[in-house]
Ligand binder design. Structure first.
Ligand code: MLT
Ligand code: MN
Ligand code: ZN
Length: 295
């Protein structure tokens, strides 16, 4: 299975248009790489690709990746879109795919409900192209294509969508993808508040984990004066600290751990930052756009 990171930053991207924090300023000055908003593409045959989440940068992301370029008759290798949640940074791109002849969408009933009656994205999209919704049930195996299966799992969170439909179960999921030929497994978890025992079971032993790296420290945004809430209060487990992901992940026996969905304030975005060195010295990685992983 091949996974390509289409976008490695959190909502707003890096740099964020209205942010002058030290990391955004460094990226603007060319010291750090710019990053688009969180999304990945997965394929086992290099012919059919599954997007996990559709970011507001999806058009740029597809243009930057030849694997997703259309054939001469307007059919495209984009087979379907899987959603982890209904957040705008993961779903606004659906509207930008409206020229599709048809779209297949995998999402939990809760996410679908929010996209219909909350943000309204799905209702609008359906006026432009037929959307075939496939219900995702956490815990159930799903055959995506020959030799590619996946299982969604519930990711508990206290974070509320601003436009949520009030449903609790299945509001956020992660995906465990399996290449049935190679046996390789990959877990995609761009939003996680806490590594509960159930989540540890889902992650344990996978060949590659792509996990929420939104903030380096829990009080990152508070200290910068950019928000009143900590990272955890916003639904994101910080990387650093005694209960951070860096401390907790090594016991899970994961082959390769890659942080994704970094907020524009996160110092790990800069290659020469000490925080970046700490991550890399722990044997973990910070994703950049275009990174490819084979399992
Ligand atoms: C989040 O996950 O908290 C988001 O990236 C915020 C956003 O999309 O604005
Ligand atoms: Mn986000
Ligand atoms: Zn910033």
């Amino acid at each position: 299975m091949l996974l390509r990171v289409l976008g490695s930053a959190a909502g707003g991207g890096s740099p964020q248009w209205n942010c002058g924090c030290p990391v955004c300023a460094a990226v603007r000055s060319g010291v750090g790489l710019a990053r688009t908003q969180s999304s990945v593409a997965v394929s086992t045959d290099h012919r059919r690709w599954f997007l996990i989440n559709a970011s507001p940068d999806v058009r740029t992301q597809i243009n930057a990746f030849s694997g997703l370029h259309p054939h001469d008759d307007r059919t495209t290798p984009l087979e379907a879109v899987l959603l982890t949640d209904a957040e705008l940074d993961h779903t606004l791109g659906l509207l930008l795919l409206r020229e599709a002849r048809a779209l297949r969408l995998y999402a939990t009933p809760a996410v679908r409900e929010t996209l219909c009656v909350g943000s309204g994205i799905l209702r609008t999209l359906e006026r432009y192209c037929p959307v075939e919704w496939r219900a995702v049930s956490p815990g159930a195996d799903l055959a995506l294509a020959d030799g590619l299966s996946c299982r969604a799992f519930d990711v508990p969170t206290t974070k509320r969508d601003r436009f949520g439909a009030g449903v609790d179960h299945g509001r956020v999921v992660g995906y465990r993808l399996t290449d049935e030929r190679s046996g390789g497994t990959l877990v995609y978890l761009p939003g996680v508040q806490s590594l509960t025992p159930a989540l540890r079971v889902e992650i344990k032993g996978c060949a590659c984990l792509l996990i929420d790296g939104t903030c380096w420290s829990d009080d990152e945004l508070v200290r910068l004066g950019l928000a009143g809430k900590t990272s955890r209060e916003m639904g994101h487990l910080p990387i650093d600290g005694p209960d951070g992901s860096l401390a907790q992940l090594p016991s899970l026996g994961v082959g390769r751990t890659i942080f994704v969905h970094m907020n524009n304030t996160n110092p790990v975005l800069l290659e020469d930052a000490p925080e970046r060195r700490t991550v890399e010295d722990s044997g973990m990685e910070v994703a950049m756009d275009g990174l490819e992983v084979q399992v």
